[in-house]
Design a protein around this ligand. Structure first.
Ligand SMILES: Cc1ncc(COP(=O)(O)O)c(C=O)c1O
Length: 354
């Protein structure tokens, strides 16, 4: 605490990002990064950025990238908002769009950044419990008053809602805003973007960090009706007019255009996810069905904390939360085949020792 800190800062509990240790030989399966390098077309686009584009400020609204995203979604550029990672897009949504309702509904087990933004911007957050299978209880959300924010698939569980369940929530009450965080878009979940044509109370957010292998680039976007996008632009232009630099805009454009890379890279992750799920099941883990590039798993006989520590001692990093109902679960990023094999071998050694 410092005498110059503002009143909110003192009581704020900031988000703790997954560790990024610089340890030689570390198998890093803790922050849901992609096992592949980004597409070759993306790397060429980055190298092709001219010095003149860096000398100048970037296009403040990323018009070419917005047009490409819009075209891929069958929307117009006025439906697209870009930000410095979907975290920034979500923060602007909290500030600009979610603070008008007295209450924001989120699941009790979800992306742990949501309560931080709520605190930062003074929103009243109500956490509704996941059901007994750790799935979002749609009926519970439908009956309560307030805006809704859901990660789909949810993190860290990996469980996804179907499009008909999302439709029920979004169309069920056009007077409330529903935000669907699709950071893990591309790994098998149905997208709520299909509902944008018929819903002006919906915002979908997406990230280039996960399915485009561009976590280091910091690029994300929102899809919504033009009025909501205009609201986000007003927040952006009152905060930082140039959140997406020229290199990120060029990389994003190439990533959107390289549909073949996206498809085959996502297929690889889903294949590795199936194999990892099978391997963990054979070791006695209960693995939730995942639509993300990670799995959420617990062992019938071994405490999550001890398994986490065992992996860590062997230079394998996964993620776990000291939180009731999920303390025994490990969230494991779907890595390369060899990373997943090393993880399974390491767990097998521990489990066979009893
Ligand atoms: C559910 C969820 N939403 C949003 C994000 C933020 O992604 P980005 O890298 O685009 O800021 C993450 C990152 O892990 C996430 O898990």
């Amino acid at each position: 605490m410092n005498k110059f800190w503002g009143p909110v800062l003192g009581g704020l509990e900031p988000y703790t990002p997954g560790e990024q240790p610089r340890v030689q030989g570390l198998i890093k399966l803790n922050t849901n990064e992609h096992p592949l390098q980004p597409s070759g077309r993306v790397m060429a686009a980055i190298q092709g950025v001219a010095g003149d584009s860096l000398r100048r400020y970037p296009d403040p609204d990323g018009q070419d990238l917005r047009a490409a995203i819009a075209e891929a979604e069958g929307l117009s550029p006025e439906h697209v908002f870009l930000g410095n990672g979907s975290d920034e897009v979500l923060a602007h949504i909290f500030f600009g769009l979610l603070s008008s309702e007295p209450n924001l509904l989120v699941p009790d087990i979800t992306y742990s950044f949501y309560p931080v933004w709520a605190q930062l911007y003074g929103l009243n957050l109500t956490a509704l419990p996941l059901d007994g299978n750790l799935a979002v209880d749609v009926a519970l959300f439908a009956e309560k008053r307030g805006s809704i924010l859901l990660a789909n698939p949810n993190a860290p569980t990996g469980k996804a809602l179907r499009l008909d369940q999302l439709r029920e929530l979004i169309h069920g009450n056009p007077d409330r805003l529903v935000v669907i965080d699709e950071a893990y878009y591309g790994f098998g979940a149905e997208s709520a973007a299909a509902l944008l044509a018929t819903a002006d109370n919906l915002v979908v957010t997406r990230s280039f960090s996960k399915s485009h292998a561009l976590a280091g680039m910091r690029l994300g976007y929102a899809l919504a009706c033009p009025d909501l996008i205009e609201g986000l632009r007003r927040v952006k232009d009152s905060f930082n007019s140039y959140p997406v630099d020229a290199i990120a805009q060029a990389a994003g454009l190439a990533a959107v255009e390289d549909v073949d890379w996206f498809r085959s890279a996502s297929e690889l992750v889903m294949r590795n996810r199936d194999a990892l799920t099978l391997g963990l099941g054979e070791l006695g883990f209960d693995v939730l069905p995942s639509a993300g590039n990670f799995v959420f798993a617990r062992h019938a006989k071994h405490e999550g904390k001890l398994l986490f520590e065992h992996l860590r001692q062997h230079n394998i990093l996964v993620r776990r939360w000291d939180k009731s109902r999920i303390e025994d679960y490990l969230r494991i990023t779907v890595g390369s085949e060899s990373d997943c094999a090393a993880l399974l071998d390491c767990l097998a050694t521990k489990i066979s020792r009893g």
